[in-house]
Design a protein around this ligand. Structure first.
Ligand code: V1S
Ligand code: ZN
Length: 316
């Protein structure tokens, strides 16, 4: 078994974001990289650049019509891809394709045994649907990763774990009827926060009925609420025995985020990362890929995500 942690970073993914004071600004990558350097962790990880996802890879999750629409609107600029959260700009199609390619690089490196863990800060774009942009998310890198883990790497049971403050609706509804996609999501109760979904009774449909774990929290939930729900995530994963764990570790669940009112400390993110590594190791494969997700307070995202990378390194 190989060791080491791969970090996908660089200008290709840093460009993904929106200017003009939008919360998902392109400065988020730099905020994270500075903290990684300040903690001396940049020299302890292997760094890799992202590549652009191919059309075929994008089509594993998204519809051809939607991909064309993103290309056209982003070439034209100046329009929203959704109801007002996700502005199009010239170059957005390419930037969004690099985020997907970066997550696929991370997944491929883990599957090829080069590393056991990998992290991509500008990834985890969990709101994009197969045919629609939503909530700052153009292409759903997590969804493409799940599809490619199956098609390219032949895996069947894949776990998606999400502690971003917002419910991961793009993933949840895309795989709602698939019992082999394990889904565990801690988020602020949808009655109080976008996208309004992810109630506890949403456990999957059809063959997957009763197999998904949505854990909505009160809008001001703190670390003790997090830990109580997290116990259920661990039990769920141990019972489900996934062959790969994707971890969307949005830092907007940390106290002080301008978009949400959850009050986790950054210790929650490090704890979740450490426990996921222990679970993956216990299952005999050790495969964990972290994706940064949301987080709009720059200090918080820098501390939460470096905490995740530190936990990945400590688990080696
Ligand atoms: N929550 C929240 C939120 N805040 C904003 C927002 C704030 C300032 C801006 F200049 C632009 C947008 N939008 C929202 C949400 C979408 C949140 C997406 C989170 C993404 C993630 O962290 O989970 C993963 C990367 N959208 C809404 O609440 C919808 C509106 C209802 C309000 C905002 N207007 C702009 C569109 C409609
Ligand atoms: Zn979020």
């Amino acid at each position: 078994m190989s060791s080491g942690v791969l970090l996908i970073c660089g200008a290709e993914i840093a460009r993904y974001g929106f200017g003009g004071g939008h919360p998902f600004g392109p400065d988020r990558h730099e905020a994270f990289m500075r903290e990684l350097h300040a903690r001396g962790l940049d020299g302890r990880v292997r760094c890799g650049a992202a590549r652009a996802a191919t059309r075929e890879e994008l089509e594993s999750f998204h519809t051809a019509e939607y991909i064309d629409q993103v290309r056209e609107r982003s070439a034209g600029g100046h329009a929203y891809l959704d109801g007002g959260d996700t502005p199009a700009w010239r170059g957005l199609f390419e930037a969004a394709s690099y985020v997907v390619g970066g997550t696929l690089n991370a997944v491929d490196a883990v599957m090829e045994g080069e590393v056991r863990r990998a992290f991509i800060p500008i990834g985890g774009l969990h709101h994009a649907a197969r045919d629609q942009a939503a909530g700052f998310c153009v292409f759903n890198d997590c969804g493409v990763a799940i599809e490619m883990l199956r098609r390219r790497h032949g895996l069947r049971r894949i776990a998606y774990v999400d502690i971003d403050a917002h419910h991961g609706d793009g993933i949840f509804y895309a795989f709602e009827d698939d019992p082999d996609v394990l889904y565990a999501d801690l988020h602020a109760d949808g009655r109080f926060l976008y996208p309004g979904t992810g109630a506890a009774h949403e456990t999957g449909i059809g063959a997957a009925r009763g197999t998904k774990l949505n854990l909505p929290l009160p809008p001001d939930a703190d670390d003790s609420d997090f830990l109580a729900s997290w116990e259920r995530v661990e039990a769920y994963l141990r019972a489900g025995q996934p062959q790969f764990i994707l971890f969307q570790c949005g830092a907007d669940s940390v106290a002080g985020d301008p978009l949400t009112s959850l009050r986790f400390s950054v210790r929650a993110h490090a704890h979740a990362a450490a426990r996921l590594c222990a679970i993956a190791d216990g299952l005999g494969h050790g495969r964990v890929v972290g994706m940064g997700g949301g987080g709009y307070n720059r200090r918080n995202l820098a501390e939460a995500w470096t905490g995740v990378v530190q936990a990945f390194l400590d688990s080696e």
